[in-house]
Design a protein around this ligand. Sequence first.
Ligand SMILES: Cc1cc2nc3c(=O)[nH]c(=O)nc-3n(C[C@H](O)[C@H](O)[C@H](O)COP(=O)(O)OP(=O)(O)OC[C@H]3O[C@@H](n4cnc5c(N)ncnc54)[C@H](O)[C@@H]3O)c2cc1C
Length: 465
Amino acid sequence: MTIKQEQMKTKKAIVIGAGVSGLSAALELKRKGFDVTVIEKAPRAGGVIGTFSDRGFKAESGSNSVMLQSQKSLDFLGELGLKEKIELSNPVAKRRFFVRYGKVRAVPMSPVSLIFTRLFTFWGKIRLFFEPFVSKTPADEDPSVAQFTIRRMGKDLLDYAMNPFMAGVYGGNPEKLSIKHAFPPFWNLEQKYGSIIKGAMKARKEKMAAGNFFKPMMISFKGGMQTLTDSMASLLGDSLKTSTKILSVDVNNGGWEVSWGNDTEDSCEYYDALVIAIPSPNFKDLPLSGSLACSLAPLENIQYAPVATYTMGFKKSDVKHKLDGFGVLTPEKENLNILGSLFISSVFSERAPDGYIALTNYIGGMRRPNDAYLPQEKMRELVMGALKKLLGIEAEPVFEKMWSWKHAIAQYNVGYQDYLDIIDKVENEYPNIALIGAYRGGVGVSSCLESGVAAADKIASKLSE
Ligand SMILES: Cc1cc2nc3c(=O)[nH]c(=O)nc-3n(C[C@H](O)[C@H](O)[C@H](O)COP(=O)(O)OP(=O)(O)OC[C@H]3O[C@@H](n4cnc5c(N)ncnc54)[C@H](O)[C@@H]3O)c2cc1C
């Protein structure tokens, strides 16, 4: 085949949005031989992921870590040349804390520690014992996390386990989140085995018997999370256009005619495939052709929790708690002003200079959405109040950095299946389009990476038919 024929065969794809979802789809498409263009409206790629360094402290604007769930994700990072840059979390991060009676308490990780913990009441523990005997939820129901937890494990477990856990993952409200979509592991165990406790034991054995020995691992990267997105962006080279605006998107002849522009260049071209990788509430900002705009409009209603992150550095000697764990999450009932505090300098190295520690505090969420937008002074007061109670910190921070996100974490609320149906319909009706982002397939970085790769796979196989 001549070079000209080869070039004629090269398919073109355009990806809108260069957060981790868009970057992963773009790189996988590129790896499959596509000529890829990535349009990002911000001056840099990475979306909510970004690392700020100052005087030996590091603060993450969004995600602090990635929970790798599969060998495939690890291999993908290897293919990106990132294996050497991976930093494994300190084993101490396996220890987690929730709050009860105003005190930080370790989450029990064994039956013995469950018996002795003060995190749950005596009756709460007895109720949990009956979980295996509770009947299964009918498969066509869509209970909230709260309904599901109360039914299977009781109210105490909802208030002091699921509530803080959902605050940590989603900044979410268990009364609204759907167990099926927001926490599928519990739903699937119940559906398959009739019980979460019995199911967890059986599933572990089955996983081992099937030869799947991959242990989920929590990682970050040398230099912080931005190393991930910067490395991905640099692999895209000139194909990544930052500070660039999409001017029009039209369906045309089995593909897409998209025009875009920035201060130095503009273009109107035909692309075989289109990947939209921006948060769904931002769809309204895209100049989409009429029918597509109408089809996507309902997805703008997917709720997102606003969250602020406030990283503070303190002298080690000013902190009473040993910080010997991943961090502490707060149950709503404890009436604290923060969703939680991550002991980031205990989890990864080089997050604080010698003799100092760093904490990343989370504020707002669906619990107190307005708090995510407080001015820094007010936010500091709020966080310091909680840190004083929980960790005995009275001294002023020596380092501070905060970010406030309006569309921080997508909420997979009851009724979420309707949105999935719309997404499927759009992808079936329009040619070679993929909709990806944290509103679909999981909010974690690992899920976003996997969704990007899966979208690229799907587009490539559709176009090779
Ligand atoms: C505070 C916070 C803490 C988190 N902590 C963790 C954690 O510890 N672990 C974890 O796994 N996950 C965590 N997450 C979740 C995870 O980081 C995100 O879900 C994930 O990074 C989202 O990536 P994304 O690419 O889908 O979206 P985004 O990062 O939002 O990227 C979307 C991109 O699209 C661009 N864009 C938007 N509109 C347009 C447009 N019209 N034209 C062009 N570009 C556009 C944006 O500028 C942005 O760059 C956290 C998230 C937040 C906010």
